[in-house]
Design a protein around this ligand. Structure first.
Ligand code: TEU
Ligand code: CA
Length: 535
């Protein structure tokens, strides 16, 4: 299998609105990111996945793009973007851009022309119908918005300010590839591709994900923009299975490097229930089965996994599946050790490395995300109580991931010197912040730093196989073998002691958040014990 730089990389996701504010307007920006590159270099990450910074009315915080080749004023300008590329490169850090090409903003020039001049060739860049069908938006309501001028409806699988692009239009596709090539010429190292599994949609058949021409388009994109450029491309594909992930990431198919699949994330929700009907606790048996499937069916050379707990759309994993009380640090390390020693490219979301948590939103006035606001409106109309709506938003809402990065214990957590930030800073920034993390050698930060260094140095993390071990339900133990070496990873995903009967002896410890020799003697794992040893 040909090795690429991203096989041994760890990628750090930045949500620009919330990372660092350099000009005191309470909103993160590019100069703020540049000021924190030394911190990211110390963490050891190889690349930054930068959520959108393009021109946008910010209806969906930049995932509604009105100009793919201009920078939103709140983030700075193109000179700042080019400076970020230069300063990051000086520190050995690559920049991965967020490519949002399933839809544009309704303020994009293409859509304005398409809507205002129905006879324009740009009309076919979007999806217009005389009558809506049953398709619904991920942000509540119908996926069709009526347009007075033409008397037609246009499709929007997200907000009505995010009209879907018609990928059947060849001229549109070529415009996308040309734009990608100009960003590549600027020196970006790849793309995260927003809901890319939707670009093959067949709206009249109400097919959205995994449409018939999806892989044809990706192969065409690869030839037009990605061929032999050693870029990292990761598709956001909510509906992927291991078989479909092979189609995307088998190098012979010349499509993408890897995809984000969300089967493990699905355990946040009750089975077959709407997103807001969250599961009370983690089904560890299901988690083990899901990771085992993905680790074994996407075997080396046939495709490549991404590995993540968090992103800007998800509640903080520590609040969902860890412990935010007395075992906050230990459980955060346990979750990191469990994930980062599997096969795949790990992604660390801003603040995960210091154990940031969900925010205690009091009422809707504190909530900013369009997905949550639309959900609340629809749920209220359907008679749901505000208390149960706020309970769901506190557990599952995307704003949980978007509160400002916590740099220190000072005002606004060192994120901004504004009196009011665009989302409130978490009050627990007094204890949970980068400055405190860097000053404590046993902090979560240094566990992430060590895991990231291991990935860079150790070939076994790429080459070794994966085998799940039979253990107590709340214990997730797997071993990875390559050549004559076998590595054992053991994690207790609970607040209680768990039996550990495996009769094993080990030569050395790779990483640990506990006194692992005691485990052998007592045949018991203490709460949130996690370690990797060489057998
Ligand atoms: O997310 C796609 C997506 O499906 C998620 O919004 C998902 O529906 C929900 O958030 C899961 O809880 C991508 C971006 O990551 C997201 O931020 C954008 O809002 C969305 O596409 C539209 O661009
Ligand atoms: Ca700012």
């Amino acid at each position: 299998m040909q090795k690429h730089w991203w096989h041994k990389a760890t990628i750090y996701q930045i949500y620009p609105k919330s990372f660092m504010d350099s000009n005191g307007d309470g909103i993160g920006d590019l100069k703020g990111i540049i000021s924190k590159l030394d911190y990211l270099q110390k963490l050891g990450i190889t690349a930054i996945w930068l959520s959108p910074v393009y021109q946008s009315p910010m209806d969906d915080n930049g995932y509604d793009i009105s100009d793919y080749e201009a920078i939103a004023d709140i983030f700075g300008d193109m000179a700042d973007m080019e400076e970020l590329l230069v300063q990051a490169k000086k520190r050995g850090i690559r920049i991965i851009m967020d490519l949002v090409v399933n839809h544009t903003s309704d303020e994009h020039a293409w859509f304005i022309e398409a809507r205002d001049y129905p006879d324009s060739p740009k009309r076919d860049y979007y999806i217009w119908r005389d009558q809506p069908n049953g398709l619904t938006s991920a942000f509540s309501g119908s996926a069709w918005e009526y347009d007075d001028l033409s008397g037609q409806y246009y499709l929007h699988l997200f907000s009505k300010k995010q009209p879907d692009l018609n990928w059947e239009n060849e001229e549109l596709r070529q415009s996308i590839y040309d734009m990608m090539n100009r960003w590549i010429d600027k020196g970006v190292a790849g793309f995260r591709m927003d809901v890319i599994d939707l670009i093959g949609k067949k709206p009249d058949q109400e097919i959205t994900g995994n449409g018939p021409k999806l892989h044809d388009y990706l192969k065409e994109m690869h030839q037009a923009s990605l061929l032999d450029k050693d870029l990292l491309t990761v598709g956001e594909t909510w509906g992927a299975t291991p078989e479909i992930a092979k189609q995307y990431s088998n190098p012979e198919n010349q499509e993408l490097s890897m995809v984000f699949q969300f089967e493990h994330i699905g355990l946040l929700f009750k089975p077959d229930a709407p997103k807001w009907d969250y599961a009370e606790e983690l089904d560890v048996s299901a988690l083990k089965a899901i990771f085992t499937k993905w680790q074994t069916e996407l075997e080396l050379g046939q495709g490549w996994n991404s590995l993540f707990w968090n992103n800007h759309d998800l509640p903080r994993v520590l609040s969902s599946w860890g412990n935010t009380g007395s075992y906050r640090e230990k459980s955060a390390k346990a979750l990191a050790i469990l994930l980062h020693l599997m096969r795949g490219t790990p992604y660390v979301y801003q603040g995960e490395e210091i154990g940031m948590t969900n925010y205690p939103f009091v009422d809707l006035s504190q909530v900013e995300d369009i997905e949550s606001i639309n959900y609340a409106k629809e749920a209220l109309e359907e008679g749901q109580s505000m208390e149960s709506i706020m309970d769901s938003i506190r557990k599952i809402g995307r704003d949980n991931a978007r509160t400002p990065m916590q740099w220190d214990a000072g005002l606004q957590a060192g994120f901004s010197n504004a009196t009011k930030t665009w989302l409130p800073v978490h009050p627990n920034h007094q204890e949970i912040n980068v400055e405190a993390a860097l000053s404590h050698p046993e902090s979560i930060f240094y566990t992430y730093q060590k895991l990231i260094a291991l990935r860079k140095e150790e070939d076994w993390l790429v080459d070794a196989d994966f085998k799940l071990l039979e253990t107590a339900e709340k214990v997730f133990a797997y071993q990875r073998s390559t050549g004559d070496k076998t590595y054992l990873v053991v994690v207790n995903l609970s607040d209680e002691p768990q039996p550990f009967e495996l009769d094993l002896h080990w030569k050395e410890t790779i990483i640990s958040n506990t006194e692992e020799s005691a485990v052998l003697e007592s045949k018991q794992l203490q709460a949130w014990d996690a370690f990797c040893v060489v057998l």
